[in-house]
Design a protein around this ligand. Structure first.
Ligand SMILES: C[S@@+](CC[C@H](N)C(=O)[O-])C[C@H]1O[C@@H](n2cnc3c(N)ncnc32)[C@H](O)[C@@H]1O
Length: 201
């Protein structure tokens, strides 16, 4: 399960609506600033780094937004791979579903803090990698802990939790939930520059 897979750095599936995408994201983000925690989708450089850290074939993405990271995950996934993308915002989830059609991708409207329930409903045992776009710095601590606890319960024993963060003030929180935590970055070519935090159960 933990064998490294190579991720191509070119030929990422383009969005059908590449200009509408950031516009829709910004509109939804302005309506729910704490839920989004950013005004623009992540850039390609961050998507590449996140995707390169992924291992295994059963992948979960929490808070995919308009799919800026999802398309990199799909690009690196083999034909037997599968991704559950769990998104709280119905409008942006519908947009993602329409614009990034792939038989390996399931977009679900739902709360990341109930990830273990969603995985059971799908009949999936657990996740090999959980990739997170959840804005942990802008949501209340109890909600943060609920998402991290559910992610930790849902990971296979050799799995990885991969999150991007715009700062490192929550490192102690990640260390409460994961046995080992690594930091990659900052990724300067993202706006704003971001760190990638990798948690091992
Ligand atoms: C910073 S945006 C990241 C979007 C995308 N991954 C990217 O990097 O461009 C955060 C996303 O997380 C979603 N979100 C926030 N809280 C969530 C939760 N509890 N469960 C699922 N999605 C959530 C928001 O609706 C939003 O789409």
């Amino acid at each position: 399960m933990d064998s490294a897979r190579s991720f191509a750095t070119a030929d990422v599936a383009p969005f059908r609506n590449q200009w509408i995408d950031p516009f829709l994201f910004a509109r939804q983000a302005m309506a729910s600033p704490r839920r989004f925690g950013a005004i623009l989708p992540s850039g390609s450089a961050l998507g590449h780094v996140m995707a390169r850290m992924v291992r295994g074939h059963t992948i979960v993405e929490l808070g995919p937004g308009s799919g800026s990271i999802t398309r990199h995950l799909l690009n690196g996934l083999g034909p037997a791979g599968r991704i559950l993308a769990l998104e709280l915002d119905e409008g942006i989830a519908a947009h993602l579903q329409q614009n990034l059609r792939d038989p390996r991708l399931t977009v679900q409207v739902g709360d990341a803090s109930h990830l273990d329930g969603w995985l059971s409903a799908m009949g999936w045992d657990g996740a090999d990698s959980i990739v997170s776009g959840i804005p942990f710095q802008s949501i209340p601590a109890p909600a943060r802990d609920a998402v991290l606890s559910s992610a930790r319960r849902s990971l296979s024993p050799t799995g990885r939790f991969i999150a991007f963060q715009y700062g490192l003030r929550l490192l102690p929180t990640f260390r409460e939930h994961f046995r080992r935590v690594r930091v990659i970055g900052p990724i300067w070519r993202n706006l704003p520059p971001a760190y990638v935090v990798v948690g091992h159960p």
